[in-house]
Ligand binder design. Structure first.
Ligand SMILES: O=C(CO)COP(=O)(O)O
Length: 249
């Protein structure tokens, strides 16, 4: 049995207003009763403080932060601000930011380093496009992305990696268990080449169309230590079966 606790994280993306705090409360209640699984929610930045105020024991994260400590960056949010609002973690390098906002590996790495320095745990996302997978280049691409995005130094207990194939995000087209296992093994090997035995401590999450029906099979697979869930994390009814699947393993 792995020493890595399962980690189930919801990414609400650009969804949610204060009317949805009740959903978060219902999720947090089940999470607090599930002592074998770590659960977190990453709401939009506007909800971090109200959620953290209402759910003091629950783990809340940001979806992105700026790589600078502070300054003239209109519209951006710093890691320290997220922490001040009550966040304990932050997602960096999501493909919707790499692709949609032009974030390079170097920027993602700088964000991860800033977040760790300012007291936030980090979920670092990597993943390939459909064209790269179809070209047979997925493992090379994703492991290179990881190597170039990893912070220069880090505490392995404070970093998780999320493998999110872009073509599986929001499409219902979940990756096969075989493909996820192969990619996670490659990611683990990349981590080991950087940090040696400590690589075994880092949790590797899968993301991309995870739901209550497919979670159990994915979460039971080798090196799949959790899930980063988008659409199915927006309501307690959809998210709780994923937490329960993790708890049942
Ligand atoms: O991008 C994701 C989580 O960060 C996955 O989104 P979906 O679960 O909606 O496919």
């Amino acid at each position: 049995m792995s020493e890595r606790r399962k980690y189930i994280v919801g990414n609400w993306k650009m969804n949610g207003t204060r009317d949805d705090l009740g959903e978060a409360a219902a999720i947090a209640e089940v999470a607090s009763a599930t002592d074998t699984v770590d659960v977190a929610l990453c709401p939009p930045a506007t909800l971090v403080a109200p959620m953290a105020d209402r759910l003091a024991e629950f783990s809340i994260g940001g979806q992105d932060c700026h790589h600078a400590e502070a300054g003239a960056y209109t519209g951006s949010i710093s890691a320290a601000m997220l922490r001040d609002a009550g966040a304990r973690l932050v997602i960096v390098g999501h493909s919707e930011r790499r692709e949609g906002c032009g974030e390079s590996d170097a920027i993602v790495r700088a964000k991860a380093e800033r977040a760790l320095a300012d007291g936030l745990d980090v979920i670092l996302c990597v993943g390939e496009s459909k064209a790269i997978r179809d070209a047979g280049d997925a493992e090379r691409h994703v492991t290179a992305q990881l190597a170039a995005s990893l912070p220069a130094s880090f505490d392995s207990a404070r970093l998780a990696i999320a493998y999110e194939p872009i073509w599986a995000i929001g499409t219902g087209d979940v990756a096969t268990v075989e493909d996820v296992v192969a990619m996670h093994a490659a990611l683990r090997a990349t981590l080991a080449s950087r940090i040696g035995d400590d690589a075994a401590k880092i949790r590797l999450l899968y993301g991309g169309s995870v739901n209550g029906a497919n979670a159990a099979e994915l979460l039971a697979a080798a090196n799949v230590d959790g899930a980063l869930v988008g659409g199915a994390s927006l309501t307690a009814v959809k998210f709780l079966p994923i937490i329960e699947a993790a708890a049942a393993i």
